[in-house]
Design a binder for this molecule. Structure first.
Ligand SMILES: [Ca+2]
Ligand SMILES: [Ca+2]
Length: 231
């Protein structure tokens, strides 16, 4: 006795495959990790280089310089180029001062901030990363850090996923407070500051309806074809 091939199964496969692909595409759109703002300092200024954000500093302007950067933590094919270099200043006046970057995280969650940093032996040795939910009040996050003397290949990474208030926040801000410099020309160099998060784009109801009606249409078409073959 011959075993009859199950034609219904073979006809069902392409339909199931299309469904699987559509569901996969919808799911991948729902959560995409993405960079919100990047400073690579290659153009020797404080303006953001990819995305949107502003970076300001209360360090004496004479002590905000630019010098050779690094590819450590570089994104989107950025070259090493230049990096931000800040000095202790006369009388180490810049101890306790900061760089602050305001970056709206609207549409993003699970925020992560990272950057490459190095310091000379008389540069800032006691630095503190902070975040703010309103752009005004800053909160310490993580322990104070003393940068290595060379950029190396491992960036400083601050994973802020546990700070729910930083998600989807137009007033989100981040700060590095520098301290511990012991000479006017002692300095720290920073490059490739990256603020990134999970793009929380959830398919809009209309998109979801279109997807469902598309699936419904495919199902009807398949049924019609099956019925026609049976006549
Ligand atoms: Ca750079
Ligand atoms: Ca720039």
């Amino acid at each position: 006795m011959f075993i009859k091939p199950d034609h219904r199964l073979t006809r069902r496969l392409p339909f199931n495959l299309i469904c699987a692909v559509l569901i996969f595409l919808a799911a991948s759109q729902a959560a995409v990790a993405d960079e919100v703002a990047i400073w690579n300092f290659n153009d020797s200024d404080l303006n953001v280089d990819h995305g949107n954000g502003t970076l300001a500093s209360n360090i004496n302007i004479a002590n905000i310089l630019f010098a050779a950067g690094t590819t450590n933590n570089a994104r989107q094919g950025d070259v090493a180029g230049q990096g931000l270099s800040i000095q202790g200043g006369t009388g180490n006046a810049n101890n306790g001062r900061n760089i602050t970057f305001n970056v709206s995280t609207v549409g993003f969650s699970s925020i992560v901030v990272s950057f490459a940093i190095q310091g000379t032996s008389t540069g800032f040795s006691n630095n503190q990363f902070q975040y703010s939910l309103d752009g005004t009040t800053f909160v310490n996050f993580g322990a104070p850090f003393d940068p290595a003397t060379a950029f190396g290949s491992v960036p400083m990474v601050f994973t802020l996923a546990s700070i729910a208030g930083l998600d989807n926040n137009p007033d989100a801000a981040f700060r590095i407070v520098f301290d511990g410099a012991t000479s006017s020309t002692g300095n720290n160099r920073i490059d490739n500051i990256v603020v990134e998060g999970t793009n929380a784009t959830i398919p809009e109801p209309t998109t979801a309806l279109l997807l469902l009606s598309g699936l419904g249409g495919l199902y009807k078409l398949r049924r019609k074809n099956t019925q026609r073959k049976m006549l």
